[in-house]
Each structure stands twice: as C-alpha cells, then as structure tokens.
Design a protein around this ligand. Structure first.
Ligand SMILES: Nc1nc2c(ncn2[C@@H]2O[C@H](COP(=O)(O)OP(=O)(O)OP(=O)(O)O)[C@@H](O)[C@H]2O)c(=O)[nH]1
Ligand SMILES: [Mg+2]
Length: 285
C-alpha cells in the first residue's frame, strides 16, 4: 500500500504552517487521519501536534551560535537542511513503517531551497524510496498576487519548484480571507489567468523593449502549456478546503487502494463548481 505526502512549500510567511494546522483540523472534522511533520529547523511557532520535528535533529539557532561555522540565518538554514539530507535515518525512525499514512511536511520558507539547491530534490527522492506518493504544495500569499508583475514572479517561483522537483504540484493562493471584496473580484483573473491579455493590459508599465519581449515570451509559454494554475485557499471556508484537498488527493491518487471511503471518490475529477460559485459570488458583491 502506498503512503501519501504533501510537501508544503512556499516563500517565507506565505502561510505554510497555518495551512498545515488548518488541514489537520479539517481532517479531524471529516474523520480522516492526517499527520504533520515539522521540517523547518528555524520554526518558532506552530499550533499543530507534530508526528516528528526536525528541531529534535538540528536547530537553526544552534548552528548560528556555533563559533566554528559562523553561519547567518540563511546559510544556517541551508546547513541544517543539508545535515538533514545526510541523516534521513532519523526521519525514517520517527515515521515508522505505517502503510497508507498521509503526512504533511511543513517546510522552511527559504525560496532557494525550491529553486536551485539540490536538497529538496534529495528529500523527494528519499520519500519516493520509502513508497510515498508525494505532492508538492506551493503556497503564495494572495496579497502579493493582485498585480500582474508580482503575479508573474509568483508563477516563476512556483514553476522553478515544479521543474526542480518533478512531482505533481498544486499551487495555492493563501490568505483569501484577507482580501477585500474588490480585491477578490480582481483576483479572479489571476486564479485562471489569460496571460496574453494580462500582458496586453500591462505592456505600458514595462519600459525597456528587451524586457517587454522577454516578459511576453514567458507569459506566452506559461499560457500555451497551461503550466501554472492557482487554487484559492481561505482557512475559514470548509467547503473550499475540501475542494483543495480533493485536487491534491486526485494528483497522488489517494484512496484508489482503499476499499471503503466515505468521502468523494478521488478517482473522479475534482469538483470545480465551487470555483464557479466563488466567482459568481464575487460578481454579485
Ligand atoms: N488571515 C489569515 N492569516 C494567515 C493565513 N495564513 C497565514 N496567516 C498569517 O500569516 C502569518 C504567517 O503564517 P505562517 O503560517 O506562519 O507562514 P509560514 O509560511 O509557515 O511562515 P515561515 O515558516 O516563517 O516561512 C501568521 O501571522 C499567520 O497567522 C490565512 O489564511 N489567513
Ligand atoms: Mg512555518
């Protein structure tokens, strides 16, 4: 029987730990067994119960205080993750050998871990050896996505994580509850983006012709290959959380080996009517 993992990634403060604790509460409410492992050696606060905590293996503060290495916060965190990658047996012991378990891994917020450093890929490969089906969850704060060029940077960050990890990835815009009704309406075009028209709308803001061409080429590529799409995540909306979970389950085929499952059959396409309603509600506001 396979095991299932969500690798919860994204920039600093994007809402990874909050996503994990929200999902844990949601899972408990629908009677589903989901656990969390903290993989952030610099974590100071989270409010979910942990199955394992990387800080038991190594802590970023200890590394920074160590006179022999003298790392700052960023180098210290990378050092911790590399140390972790050399000590996977610690995690293997902490996880045990439970078949069919479903674990969220709350990762650090340092973006270079997902763009060009090899360590997260090593983590993914190790998980796959332990028979986990791994889904990448890439979170971006919706507050930073309501302008075209911020949106393009968010997409590029998500895309580099997708390219470097080569796992099914679900991209999520967090903190939707913080958006004003006007911003919610505006964000509609970023959830299911038409990159061509977005580029047209904003071509005046790029002054250099060279960059205009480059940005246009990137937008076309993203649009032509339907590379990145975002799901909205509002931690106060149970129905929306359920839809996000369905998308993730679908991407890792969760439940196909279970004999009985009360929730919606995962081999059905995720239900997108929620998003149609979401857009409609905003139009009515
Ligand atoms: N209103 C609201 N606040 C949120 C939401 N998600 C996160 N926050 C707040 O945003 C801040 C950062 O959230 P975290 O969950 O710690 O973010 P993180 O990505 O784990 O941060 P790092 O681990 O430091 O990279 C906290 O103050 C959260 O309370 C959300 O969906 N809605
Ligand atoms: Mg966190």
């Amino acid at each position: 029987m396979p095991r299932y993992a969500q690798l919860v990634m994204g920039p600093a403060g994007s809402g990874k730990s909050t996503y994990c604790s929200t999902l844990i509460q949601h899972a408990a409410a629908i009677n589903r067994s989901v656990q969390v492992v903290n993989l952030d050696p610099a974590a100071e606060h989270f409010d979910y119960p942990v199955m394992a905590d990387i800080r038991k293996l190594i802590m970023a503060d200890d590394v920074m205080e160590d006179e022999s290495v003298r790392f700052g916060p960023n180098g210290g965190l990378v050092f911790c993750m590399e140390y972790f990658a050399n000590n996977f047996d610690w995690l293997e012991e902490s996880l045990g050998h439970v078949e069919d378990d479903y674990i969220l891994f709350d990762c650090p917020g340092q973006i270079e871990l997902y763009t060009h450093l090899p360590v997260m890929r090593q983590v993914v490969e190790q998980f796959q050896q332990w028979k986990f089906r791994v889904c990448g969850i890439f979170l971006v704060d919706s507050q930073f996505m309501v302008e075209t060029f911020k949106f393009i940077s968010g997409i590029m960050a998500a895309l580099s994580a997708m390219v470097s990890l080569e796992i099914p990835t679900v991209n999520i815009m967090t903190k939707m509850d913080l958006l004003s009704p006007k911003a919610k309406k505006e964000i509609e075009k970023y959830l299911d983006p038409d990159m061509y028209s977005m580029m047209e709308d904003n071509s005046v803001t790029v002054k250099s012709n060279k960059f205009k061409k480059l940005t246009k080429a990137i937008c076309c590529l993203i649009d032509d290959y339907s590379m990145v799409r975002f799901l909205p995540f509002d931690r106060t909306d149970e129905e929306g959380i359920n839809v996000v979970l369905q998308h993730i389950d679908f991407s890792i085929q969760y439940g196909e080996d279970l004999e009985f499952k009360e929730q919606k059959e995962p081999d059905e396409e995720p239900d997108n009517t929620y998003y149609d309603d979401f857009f409609q509600d905003n139009e009515e506001d």
